[in-house]
Design a protein around this ligand. Structure first.
Ligand SMILES: Nc1ncnc2c1ncn2[C@@H]1O[C@H](COP(=O)(O)OP(=O)(O)OP(=O)(O)O)[C@@H](O)[C@H]1O
Ligand SMILES: [Mg+2]
Length: 343
């Protein structure tokens, strides 16, 4: 453990060598939700005595993230992902537990902390609708006290990476969804934050734009050694970007580890697709593995990962083959498997 003093904040930063950037310990966040019975009588009753119910949006989660990691935070609707990111960026006060981000306690919202982080929400926007995006960037420059030279450089660089140089002076309402999302990212990154919380940054974008944003996120991560937590319902994002995933459901962590290990643990199978040259009796195929689909001449066979080599060579020996491919399981299927095993 090393103890260092941060000259800007005057705070003591406790960090392990290899730099732990995010540390969450036994974090819980409960919401009190007002319950009302239906109808007019229900409204009257609730005027007299309010009835509250507790929603455990996050329920005792712990994890740590090191500098430069790009972690996928995944789970179904209502799992607690956005709530966690809001707690990490200091928008919400936790019910229980401890959070440290870059040595700061987020909900204190210290200026030095805010200068180093960014929360980007794909479903919310901060750009001024009737003005060109560059005006919002200029406002953020003042808020975050970015020196002019650094601002010019960062804007030039981000606009180049995202390919929006010609759109900076166009009123935001005239931009497409994808173009606007890119501008949202620039607005969030103009102060060069070291830690990014990206909440569904690719939502609603077409596949080409999704791909571009992925490339950008990857580039930002490696170029600036930025630490990034990303939520997405598109498994393509997670597969392309995140070595490590944290899976959350009903406010609890179900899995925290390498995506590769997740596949090995929960879906230890591969799919062999064979196109036969001649007709094959389906009875002869059942011994090789689980037949997912057989529509002659094409067979889809699910086999254990360990046996894939052996079974492939047996098929090649016994049949005349037009084509053969081996595929990893779909991440969507793996995640479904995780949930079905834990319930
Ligand atoms: N302001 C709020 N007041 C009351 N309950 C809330 C509030 N915000 C979220 N919740 C509840 O907390 C739980 C977690 O919500 P959260 O938005 O964190 O989920 P999520 O994982 O981001 O889901 P999604 O994938 O749909 O974005 C849900 O049950 C939700 O209804
Ligand atoms: Mg959410």
């Amino acid at each position: 453990m090393e103890i260092r003093s941060s000259p800007e904040s005057g705070e003591l930063l406790f960090g392990i060598i290899g730099r732990m950037v995010v540390s969450v310990s036994h974090l819980s966040k409960y919401y009190q939700v007002h319950q009302k019975e239906p109808g007019f009588i229900g409204s009257l009753k609730s005027l007299l005595a309010r009835h509250y119910e507790t929603v455990k949006a996050i329920d005792d989660i712990s994890f740590e993230i090191s500098e430069g990691e790009l972690v996928g935070f995944i789970g179904p609707n209502g799992a607690g992902k956005t709530t966690t990111l809001k707690c990490l960026s200091g928008l919400l006060y936790p019910t229980n537990g401890r959070i440290s981000v870059l040595g700061f306690t987020p909900f204190q919202r210290k200026k030095e902390f805010l200068k180093k982080i960014a929360l980007v929400m794909g479903q919310k926007n901060q750009l001024w609708w009737d003005l060109p995006a560059v005006d919002t960037f200029a406002l953020n420059k003042e808020i975050y006290e970015v020196p002019q030279k650094q601002f010019d450089q960062t804007l030039f660089e981000l606009a180049r990476l995202l390919d929006v140089k010609d759109l900076l002076n166009v009123a935001v309402r005239k931009l497409s969804l994808g173009q606007r999302m890119k501008m949202e990212l620039i607005a969030a990154l103009i102060h060069s934050p070291k830690v990014l919380f990206l909440d569904e940054p690719t939502i609603g974008l077409d596949v080409v734009m999704q791909q571009k944003l992925r490339e950008f996120i990857k580039e930002y991560n490696s170029r600036y050694k930025a630490t990034i937590i990303l939520t997405s319902h598109y498994m393509g994002d997670v597969e392309a970007l995140c070595k490590r995933v944290i899976i959350i459901n009903s406010g609890r962590i179900l899995y925290d580890g390498l995506l590769l290990e997740l596949v090995k643990k929960y879906a230890p199978y591969k799919t062999i697709t064979v196109v036969f040259r001649d007709y094959v009796d389906p009875k002869k195929l059942a011994d090789f593995g689980e037949i997912k689909n057989f529509d002659h001449p094409k067979l889809e066979l699910r086999v254990s990962s360990k046996q894939v080599g052996k079974i492939t060579s047996e098929i090649l020996e016994q049949f005349e083959i037009e084509d053969l491919t081996i595929e990893e399981p779909e991440i969507e299927d793996v995640i479904r498997e995780v949930f079905s095993k834990k319930e």
